[in-house]
Design a protein around this ligand. Sequence first.
Ligand code: TXA
Ligand code: MG
Length: 318
Amino acid sequence: MTELVDTLLTSEPHVAAAFIQRGEIVGFPTETVYGLAADIFSQEAIRKVFLAKGRPADNPLIAHVASSGQIDQLVTDIPVHAKVLIDSFFPGPLTLVMRKRAEVPLIASGGLDTIGVRMPGLALARTFIAACGVPLVAPSANLSGSPSPTTWQAVVADLSGRIACILQGPPAQIGLESTVVDCTGDEPVILRAGGVTLEQLRAVCPDTRRLEHPADARPRSPGLKYRHYAPRAKVMIVSHGAEPEPGVASAWIGLHRPASRTWHPEQQCADVADYAHELFGFFRACDAAGAQVICCEAVAETGLGVALMDRITRAARG
Ligand code: TXA
Ligand code: MG
């Protein structure tokens, strides 16, 4: 059990950065989901991140940078295909796994000799990182196992009293985490689907591929083996047109609302991007409303639909 601390809420990046410089940890906004930041070179601060989240220690963290100069502080070299991806998608919802420098502590990389690096698309996030003066490790700012937070209010709900400060920003524009791409081999391999799609990656690196057997991900992306993104309610995947079984206190989210019954809560999304944007907040709203079953309408697994179905499927596995 962590000791309770006062959690300062601020919208001023320099105020939040001062906490990082004192070795504290800070919840902060990005365009994907809110993160929980620590100085990457402070093992003490990183330990606080694992403790506050209740996160397993072998699950590596992503390093967040504000500039390309900070990338060079973290990795031994930038492979050619990584350079292409950096030029095309940084800043943005993409994490590139590369060989780490010895200066990056093993606690940051979960014991691996690689480190995931990302430059957030949200300008406020980059201002905050730049003010800290060091790259920041940051997992999503939720308690381990619960849905990633897409608003500062969700960070308060999970981590108030457990972290020193929360930098308040806008709701996450994308709502799903970054795409994680392994750049240590001959071609880029997607370890986790996310905000940048396979189609977008292939447009600039045609040999990009998805991980063939997700079980292979065990050593390569240890986070994939843990329970993720799940609300307390049971999640059921339903196809468009199929009538879900009547259940007690059922909620529904998707693109085409079945009119046959009422749902509490319910959310009809305009398109796949809107669905991605709303999903994690909806899971939290369902738990608050005491829903026991959440029906999630399946979408086609192309574009952002791949990441969306990945998160829904994991939540359904619970
Ligand atoms: O959008 C995001 O990526 C958010 C925001 C805060 O930036 N962060 C995030 O972090 O989702 P987290 O810790 O919840 O998820 C990190 C994922 C895990 O699946 C982890 O296993 C994988 O990235 N990962 C991190 N470093 C890795 C590495 N060196 N090799 C393989 N996988 C890695
Ligand atoms: Mg997470």
